[in-house]
Structures are given as structure tokens and as C-alpha cells.
Design a binder for this molecule. Sequence first.
Ligand code: PLP
Length: 422
Amino acid sequence: MPTAILQEKKKEKLKPAQSTASPTPIEALVETDAQCGIQTYGRLQVAFARGAGARLWDVEGKEYLDFLGGIAVILLGHCHPHVTEAIARQAATLVHSSNLYYIEPQVKLAERLHELSGGLRAFFCNSGAEANEAAVKLARKYCQSAGQEGRTEIITALDSFHGRTYGSLAATGQPKYQEGFGPMPAGFHYVALNDIEQLKAAITPQTAAIMLEAIQGESGIQPCSDEYLQAARALCDEHGLLLIFDEVQCGMGRTGKFFGHEWSGVRADIVTLAKGLGNGVPIGALLASEKVAAAFAPGMHGCTFGGNFLSTAAANATLDVLVDENLMDNALQVGAYFEQRLQAWGEQAGVLHELRGRGLMIGVELNQPIARDIMRAALERGLVLNAVGDRILRFLPPLTISTADVDEAMTKLQAAYEAVTA
Ligand code: PLP
């Protein structure tokens, strides 16, 4: 159909049904998206237009305090000047060449991650799902190159979340995300989190790897115990398996250490990162030990956009600030203060079932099914947070927040709770 006719048809469709009043900016967006977008998201009726630090402003100019950080992506606050400057400079210099050639900021990023991770090598992609997809491929390839072709199976945890591509979706231990998309790739087994005996029992001669989030994010901030992670490491050593940590949500310093699994003192064979790595610019990373990384030879895996100039310039700038401004320490200190305030509020309101997490990765499980109502009421009052199901509030703010930001968030959260329960 010619473009002019299509445009006329679209205008016709987008006309408000009855009213002659022109729609507000948010109404116009909702309407156009309903007509033209594939409806994969159950969105809240807000569109943000601008951000600075832990603040956001919507298309109508209303200000919000952001305690979700784009779901653990905005590590340094919105539009951090150092990252903005690096993106702008790189955008004006060179955005893309190809992985057929060396890419200076990519090599620099690999070097920095090598240092921060205690010697892991890096491969770059664009998202968490892609990084996990690569992790599964590498684990299988490693077994094959070690002469153990039969070892192809990966054990993952129930309620885990590893992404939406087929491999990462098959790794995700939540049937609701897989329903209707079968058949899933074979070779994934799920075990209950923190059950060492079940983990032991799940290992067979076909097992290649155990893949875990040190703190599960999407399922509502569910941490692995130190004993569980230590047992997983010991089982991997005993049976010659690889231990893969999906650090897409809990990594990048959010828990007060660069990786969430560092708290339990265990060593990883493979680690995946994404989310906070580029402070909002899409980038994912697969990190692997020297021995495991050697299983990938030229031509075996690749990614057109992976590790391009723009995303790796943003990631290098993000790491500059994370390290130079001691944001991991800030995450621990402000996180502890936030936990105290949440605990006191939850107990005083009589609504707390359990508080979980570490640093600035915090989940509050309520004893009433009002989490979604609180999330909406908080949004109306200018506080961005997330609800997991109807009982868990999830907080993943920028690591730059202060105790004053926490005080402001608590005032808004309390007002939201009072409005919901009034
Ligand atoms: N792994 C974990 C732990 C995640 O939390 C997510 C996303 O929420 C993913 C993987 C998938 O990342 P992406 O959405 O970037 O593909």
C-alpha cells in the first residue's frame, strides 16, 4: 500500500473516538502504542522524558525519585556526565567498524574486567540473554573439546530468570515464561534453590554445568545461601562441572562487591554481565576462566554489534565512576540504612513478612497482597519502584543514592501504603 494512504489510514485510526479535546502527551502515546506496537508489555501509564541522577521527569513535567534504575540498569544515575561525555565523544568519532578488526575501547574494557574479575577473559554482546546464551554454548563446547561430548546438560534453579531467547529461556526455571513457546531446547534441569541434597541428586554423567544467580532478581530478590554456593563449587570440582554465575542483575557492584557471588568466597568458571555495565547503553558480557575460554576458537561464536565502540566507551566510563567514586561502598552503606528504614516501617505498619537482599538490591515481602497497589500509589506520589507479583516490593536504585534520597523515598512509600490501606 502506498505510504500516503497508509499515513491517512493511521491518522484516521488514531483519531479520538468521541471527544474533540486534544489528547494529553501520555494519552497520545498510549493510543499510538496500542495501534502500532506489539503489546508485549503491561505498561504503567507514565512516559519518562528526562533524567538526572536518581531523578526522572515524565512527558508532563512531573518529577520522580527513581528507586528502580531501569531495573538495575542505571548504576550511576541517569545521564551521568562522565558517561554522557564518553558517549557523545565516541558517537562523534566512530560508532561501529566490525569484530573483523580490533576495537580499542573493547580491548580496554576486556582488560578492566580481567582485572576486576581476578583474571576472567571477556566476550561482548548486547544483552543479558545473549550473554547467557553464550555461556551455555561455551560450557557445552568446553566439555566437547575436553573429550566429554556426552556432557551437555545444565542444572539451573527454579524461579531463576536468565532471559527470553531460546537457550536462556530454557535455562529459566519458570514455566510461565516458556508456556506456548515449546518445544524448548533440551538439556536443562531445574532444582529448588538452596537445597544442597537436591542439587547433588540432579548431577548425572551428562551434566556439564550448574548455572545460578547469587541473588535471584526477577523472582523477588531470593539470595543463595553461602553454604549452597560453596556446596555448588565443591560439587563442580568433584564432578568436573563448570559453575556459571548469571550476574546480570546482582553484579556490577550492586551488592557492595563487584560480583554478588564474591560474598560466599567461591570462584566462578563463567560469569555473565549486562544491565548496569553500560549505565543504560545496551551491552552484555560473557566472562570465562583462561581454561574454559580456550574452548572458543575464531569463528565459533560472534555478534555483529557486540563490543562496539559506543557501548564499550559507555561501559569504560561507567567503570571509571564505579571504581573512582567508591560506589560499591556507597551501595553497602546506603543499602544498610535503607534496609533499616524498611524494616522499621514494615514492622511498625505490621505489613512485613521478610526483608531480603544485599547492598542496593532489596526485596520486601509483604504479608498482604498489596504490592502492586503500593507500586501504583508510589508512582502517583513520585516514587518509582517495582512489584514482583502481589506481595513483593523490589528496589534496585542507582548506586549513587544518598541517605537523604532514602528518607525521601520512605516518606513517599509510607504515604503510598497509607493511601492503599486507608
Ligand atoms: N539474567 C538475569 C539475572 C536477569 O535479571 C535478566 C533480566 O532481567 C536477564 C538475564 C536477561 O537480560 P536481558 O533482558 O538483558 O536479556
